[in-house]
Design a binder for this molecule. Structure first.
Ligand SMILES: NC(=O)C1=CN([C@@H]2O[C@H](COP(=O)(O)OP(=O)(O)OC[C@H]3O[C@@H](n4cnc5c(N)ncnc54)[C@H](OP(=O)(O)O)[C@@H]3O)[C@@H](O)[C@H]2O)C=CC1
Ligand SMILES: CCCCCCCCCCCCCCCC(=O)[C@@H](N)CO
Length: 336
């Protein structure tokens, strides 16, 4: 007497149900809701692009908003723009995140923070061999050290505030898809953004007992002043081609995905479809509060590894072709 082969069809749903149940018990940190209304949201790089879009949306949701950047004129323009759109008066702070003292002065003046968004960032794509060490250091100083300065300055009062209010708080760091996968032209930038992941994972362990949730945001190419006016022209052609594997976004949409993720206390926040795929392929040992996403990671990781290998195959072929045409044009130059 054999078992009917139809029983096999039951095995998959039963195992899935067990796995879902198990993951719902073990997923950590536990899911949370982080309200924005009436709370203090402090956004660095809030005078332009993604940061400004986050400032607009946080203000529209009834938050008290502070923004920090270097250029006072752009800060004033941002304040005016948010006032016109939402009626909310944003507090502005002019400081360079590389200056730890200036950062802690601004944070102190701004008052206790509920949601800290470390979004400031600089990007100067170039092959490492051609890139001056000054530029490498500049990116690491602004993107990584600046973030350390901000967290160190804000954390003590953030902790006190969560104790007093009983409400969860958030520290969100703006990484990039170039902080999940290293690609041509981004050696220094990627290093500065990958580093934020180590920082966030360790920090989440350290602050969970204080009811603080850490979020790490991974946008693709985004239409912002920094990208359109600064980066696009100087980017090596190969960087353009490879980064084109992930569809570009508008700053408003990145801001919306970021705030939604922050409000649900998500650790990893992807922004577009490709971003969601990359997040599953690179989930590693990161915290995961959503048991459904954890389920998708467990079920999808090996398949996405395969897809990722196809992407790498395609990128290496593109690089190889590119080098060949470059070499043959050099050869021609030499013969004539
Ligand atoms: N645009 C894109 O394609 C993507 C961007 N990102 C990341 O998103 C973040 C925002 O990028 P985006 O909106 O494009 O950038 P923008 O260049 O448009 O804006 C950058 C903001 O950061 C501020 N800033 C830069 N350097 C410093 C500093 N040393 N101290 C204080 N503030 C500083 C700028 O103001 P000021 O110059 O006046 O100081 C400005 O407000 C960055 O971290 C970037 O790496 C991630 C993925 C894609
Ligand atoms: C498993 C499936 C994989 C799917 C696709 C992988 C695509 C990777 C593309 C990487 C794009 C990097 C953009 C950097 C944006 C940025 O930070 C700059 N604009 C500077 O601001």
């Amino acid at each position: 007497m054999g078992i009917s082969p139809y029983y096999i069809l039951l095995v998959i749903p039963i195992l899935s149900a067990f796995l879902l149940l198990l993951l719902s018990l073990i997923a950590r940190p536990r899911p949370s809701r982080i309200p924005l209304k009436g709370r203090h949201v402090f956004i660095t790089g809030g005078s332009s692009g993604i940061g400004l879009a986050i400032a607009h949306q946080a203000a529209a949701e009834g938050a008290r908003v502070s923004i920090l950047a270097r250029n006072p004129k752009r800060l004033e323009e941002a304040r005016e723009a948010v006032r016109l759109a939402t009626g909310v008066e944003v507090n502005v702070f002019s400081a360079d995140v590389r200056d730890a003292k200036a950062v802690s002065r601004a944070v102190e003046e701004a008052g206790p923070i509920d949601v800290l968004v470390c979004n400031q960032g600089v990007f100067m794509p170039l092959e490492l061999e051609k890139q001056e060490l000054e530029e490498v250091k500049f990116m690491v100083d602004v993107n990584l050290m600046g973030t350390f300065h901000l967290i160190k300055a804000a954390l003590p009062t953030m902790k006190r505030r969560t104790r007093e209010t009983g409400l969860p708080a958030s520290i969100a760091l703006m990484s990039s898809q170039a902080g999940q996968v290293g690609i041509y032209g981004y050696a220094a930038y990627s290093a500065s953004k990958f580093a934020l992941r180590g920082l966030s994972e360790a920090l989440q362990h350290e602050v969970i007992a204080d009811n603080i949730y850490v979020s790490l945001i991974f946008p693709p190419d985004t239409e912002t002043p920094g990208f359109v006016e600064g980066e696009q022209e100087r980017r090596p052609e190969l960087t353009n081609v490879i980064a084109g594997s992930s569809k570009g976004m508008k700053a408003d949409d990145v801001a919306k995905a970021s705030l939604n993720g922050i409000k649900s206390g998500r650790f990893i926040i992807p922004c577009n479809f490709e971003g969601t795929m990359i997040a599953i392929a690179t989930c590693g040992l990161s915290p995961q509060s959503s048991f459904i996403t954890a389920f998708i990671e467990v079920a999808g990781a090996s398949f996405l590894r395969l897809i990722a290998l196809f992407f790498q195959w395609n990128w290496f072929c593109t690089i190889e072709k590119w080098q060949k045409t470059k070499n043959s044009s050099k050869l021609k130059e030499n013969t004539y």
